[in-house]
Design a protein around this ligand. Structure first.
Ligand code: HEM
Length: 345
């Protein structure tokens, strides 16, 4: 059993761990291991938003996404790209492209051009909204967890997966895996503020803002396992994520999206994820521990993973970031006022 915190980021704790001494998790899980030369990553969510109406993607959105795809193929482009879609509570479709980098300098070189294209003045008045929500956490400020050997999200850019780690399958595991939390309670700063001109808003970062991407992959499931996921677990997950979408602010969740992963042609695949922005890691922990929906799926998943062990074909992963204020960038052009972090204002 290994520690989720790699040796080169391990520090004498001034913050107590949440794990019981000698804790042995009932099923295996793994974390992404980056080589020590990786000191920071970038996770950038590029969204295009339009009023859902029929199946057609507006021309302005198609053109912007084609430019983004071309930019992503550039040498300084992201090392990993994911695509996903969802319809938000205001009835707008959002098409999302997520780019991951392990070299922030390459991102900075790349982003100038990509920004001029994705959020340039030419996008104004196109009838569609465009945004970028990006964080660039130091490696001390994010953690990953995967239930198997198939990597998703930022973990794809890691050099390897760890062996089985000890810090999981109990409340507080995410905090125990986060290197920065060894010495820092990661308390939230003042709520974010906005700088706006006509139609364009930039949200200033908030100290210790928290981002989670929590993913599910049922591609390989069949028979009873597939039925159990789709009929028993997914509806409860949806209810939990609907709660966060509609009532999240009451529990510290600024914004939540429940996204379906799509292929490069936009066809849905058997993968989904929740992504949400939180006032603090403590608020996220609390929701995961106390909300009946997550409590129920946590309990069900624990039973199921413990029962099936390595035969489980439902794959779960998550990445949790607690970003410093200067590690955040939020910019919205032509988006409705309840989009993403604009809801925090
Ligand atoms: C089908 C969907 C999901 C299942 C089956 C599931 C199940 C689980 C399980 C088994 C754990 C413990 C993992 C471990 O430490 O071994 C966990 C942790 C956690 N989950 Fe989920 N989860 C799901 C979706 C979500 C979503 C969508 C969110 C947030 C938006 C979320 C937030 C969390 C958090 C924050 C933790 C860590 C809790 C802590 O460290 O105290 N989960 N979940």
């Amino acid at each position: 059993m290994e520690s989720a915190i790699p040796r080169h980021l391990s520090l004498p704790r001034t913050q107590p761990p949440r794990a019981e001494p000698g804790w042995q998790p009932p099923y295996p899980s793994f974390v992404a291991r980056f080589k020590p030369s990786v000191t920071r990553v970038v996770m950038a969510y590029f969204g295009a938003q339009y009023r859902a109406g029929g199946e057609t993607v507006p021309g302005a959105v198609r053109a912007a996404r084609a430019e983004l795809a071309a930019a992503c193929a550039h040498a300084d482009g992201p090392g990993r790209v994911d695509h996903a879609t969802y319809v938000d509570e205001s009835g707008y479709t959002t098409l999302l492209t997520i780019g991951y980098w392990t070299d922030p300098e390459r991102y900075d070189r790349w982003f100038g051009g990509a920004h001029a294209s994705w959020l340039g003045e030419q996008r104004r008045g196109s009838g569609a909204g465009f945004f970028v929500e990006a964080v660039r956490p130091s490696v001390s400020r994010f953690e990953t967890l995967v239930s198997n050997d198939r990597r998703e999200g930022v973990a794809v850019l890691a050099d390897a997966l760890s062996g089985e780690v000890a810090e999981h399958a109990y409340w507080g595991g995410a905090r125990d895996r986060l290197p920065a939390a060894q010495t820092d309670p990661l308390l939230p700063g003042e709520p974010p503020t906005v700088v706006a001109d006509a139609g364009r808003q930039r949200v200033r970062g908030q100290r210790n803002l928290c981002l989670i991407r929590s993913g599910q992959d049922w591609t390989d499931t069949d028979g009873d396992e597939r039925r159990r996921y789709l009929d028993d677990i997914e509806p409860v997950l949806r209810a939990g994520l609907d709660f966060l979408r509609d009532d999240g602010p009451a529990v510290g969740c600024y914004a939540n999206r429940y996204l379906r992963v799509v292929d490069t042609e936009g066809n849905p695949v058997d993968k989904s994820f929740g992504m949400s922005w939180w006032r603090s890691l403590a608020d996220l922990d609390r929701w995961a521990r106390d909300h009946p929906t997550h409590k129920a799926i946590f309990g069900e998943a624990m039973r199921y993973l413990s029962e099936l062990g390595s035969a489980a074909r439902l794959r779960l992963y998550h990445e949790v970031t607690v970003a410093a204020a200067e590690e955040q960038h939020f910019e919205y052009l032509g988006c409705h006022p309840a989009t993403g972090m604009l809801r925090a204002l």
